[in-house]
Design a protein around this ligand. Sequence first.
Ligand code: FPP
Length: 268
Amino acid sequence: MYVSHPIVKGYPLYLFHAPARYDNFFSSMVDKTPLSLPRHIGIIMDGNGRWAASRNLPRVAGHKEGAVAVNRIVTACRERGIKVLTLYAFSLQNWVRPAPEIKALMSLLGHYLKSERRTILDNDIRLTAIGDLDSLPDSPRKALFDLIDESKDNTGMTLCLALSYGGREEIVSAARALAVRAASGELDPAAIDIDVFFSSLQSSDLGPLDLLIRTSGEFRISNFLIWSSAYCELYFFDKMWPDFQPSDLDDALSSFSSRNRRFGGIGK
Ligand code: FPP
């Protein structure tokens, strides 16, 4: 059973009561110390290939183990009261990879959507996706849209898969849509501000990113949620994605809760 947290409009969201199973996570914290949770976490799940190579396995074995890590981290985020989790599962730039690897990744996606359907529905998770979804092969695309539709009324957590996604391309596409509306006279160019622009982005309903996690020891954003990461906190792990555990997520959450987010101001 999942814990329900007081839903505060905006963030930070404060979690006051921890169920017994989070004892380890909270052991270092004074009882009832408010933990400010990120509302929206994004994860760049990097290092599947290197995880496999270090075990003399084919790259695809790393992606398979990466999908297992996806299962446990989705559940862990749901249990901890995260409201939005966006996973960078396949970038627009990933299409240049060898065809067999792309085929295996797409097939893993389809398999994941089928095998995790019950978990997603039973745990009140709303599935959504961003990216050039029309470019996905028929079978995983259908499985994706079916589950998006089936889970659309769920409110416990939003799980967004970034698939064939590129952050700069998302911005260009929003700019183009606004330009078309301005050219037709429907929109006054002077009315285009941060809010109007943000609402034109495909990812706008996810809200701004609060915490960006990247595994594998790389320090890059790699075209992920460029706009909404403007004020996010960054957390980098040396571990490869298949090794990522709920306890690592807890470390990132603990670090996030100690950050002083100033948004250009002078802070508390
Ligand atoms: C980056 O590691 C990872 C990817 C491009 C794919 C991520 C896919 C998964 C985690 C599994 C399938 C996803 C779902 C949602 C079921 P890399 O291949 O670039 O690793 P490397 O940098 O070590 O080569």
